[in-house]
Design a protein around this ligand. Structure first.
Ligand SMILES: [Zn+2]
Length: 302
């Protein structure tokens, strides 16, 4: 892959899919007109969006439940034979083989899903981290993200990443700060309203990220620790940066549809400060205090 080619190819793919796939174009249009609120949580400005399309359609849910029963490619919505016929891939190969797709239920404009060509479980191995880092180099201006199988990945039986323009998430406007420790490779910082690890570039970057992951608290050693991850190349820096957010639960205790509750399953984009709520009543009612409490519950201390 020639440098810069992937970015051009996926941006062309987005334009083509908007022209050729009316259902997708309609969802993007509705997303553009959705409500937006800004809430201050301890000095972090969170953007709260109302996005009803994120409640997956009943048909999709039936398929998902079948897949949950057997985890097989037969019911997997990321395997090519189950995708909408209009959906087109851009193939990208580095260590692994991947297909870049437009996210059919976008949270921001320019939202992609990057799907392994193999039906294999969601896991942030060193090989996957190597490919995430390469993607950040080939997609300047984008953040490449990962949801752990227990932390927001809706299809945990098929390995996938996401990518979106940094300019579309609050993260993009924040400068990393923090005190370096461990030989200048690892630091905690206050960019997000929750504890996280920043692992800066340099030698053996992917291996250092992997090592940091193995050292996170983990209640089930057969699975990877609960986490979300994001990687991007900061402007003016030659090496990408990786942020790992350790988690202790997927959903906050206020999860639900009753009075005072929120239908909110935070994934990596919510952790970047863009809170997506599929129910209008939650969007109207949510408070900064509620989000502060919810972030504290879902994140793990370092
Ligand atoms: Zn699959």
């Amino acid at each position: 892959m020639i440098m810069g080619r992937l970015k051009e190819e996926i941006e062309r793919l987005m334009e083509e899919q908007l022209r050729q796939w009316p259902e997708f174009a309609g969802r993007v249009e509705r997303m553009r007109s959705q409500g937006e609120r800004r809430l201050d949580v301890d000095g972090h400005t969170l953007i709260v969006r109302d996005n009803p399309a994120r409640i997956i359609s009943t048909t999709a849910r039936v398929t998902m439940e079948a897949a949950h029963r057997d985890g097989s490619p037969d019911h997997c919505m990321l395997c090519p034979h189950n995708r909408p016929p209009e959906q087109r891939p851009v193939t990208w190969r580095h260590g692994g083989s991947w297909q870049v797709l437009v996210n059919p239920y976008p949270i921001v404009e320019g939202h992609y899903t990057i799907v392994s060509e193999r039906h294999e479980p969601q896991r942030l191995t060193t090989d996957v981290i190597v490919d995430m880092l390469q993607l950040t180099r080939e997609l300047p201006g984008y953040v490449v993200t990962y949801n752990g199988p227990r932390c927001g990945a809706s299809i945990p039986w098929h390995l996938h990443l996401q990518a979106m323009p940094l300019a579309k998430v609050p993260l993009g406007s924040v400068v990393i700060s923090g005190e370096d420790i461990a030989g200048g490779t690892l630091c905690s910082h206050t960019m997000l309203p929750l504890p996280c690890l920043v692992i800066k570039g340099g030698d053996n970057h992917a291996q250092r990220v992997s090592k940091a992951i193995t050292e996170l608290p983990n209640d089930d050693k057969t699975l990877e620790p609960m986490l979300n991850a994001m990687a991007w190349s900061p402007t003016g820096e030659s090496e990408p940066v990786v942020v790992i957010v350790p988690r202790r639960r997927h959903r906050p205790s206020c999860f639900g549809t009753g009075p005072g509750q929120l239908l909110w399953s935070p994934g990596v984009i919510d952790l970047m400060g863009l809170v997506t709520l599929p129910r209008r009543e939650d969007f109207d009612a949510v408070t900064a205090d509620q989000l502060r409490q919810a972030y504290a519950e879902i994140s793990a201390p370092l």
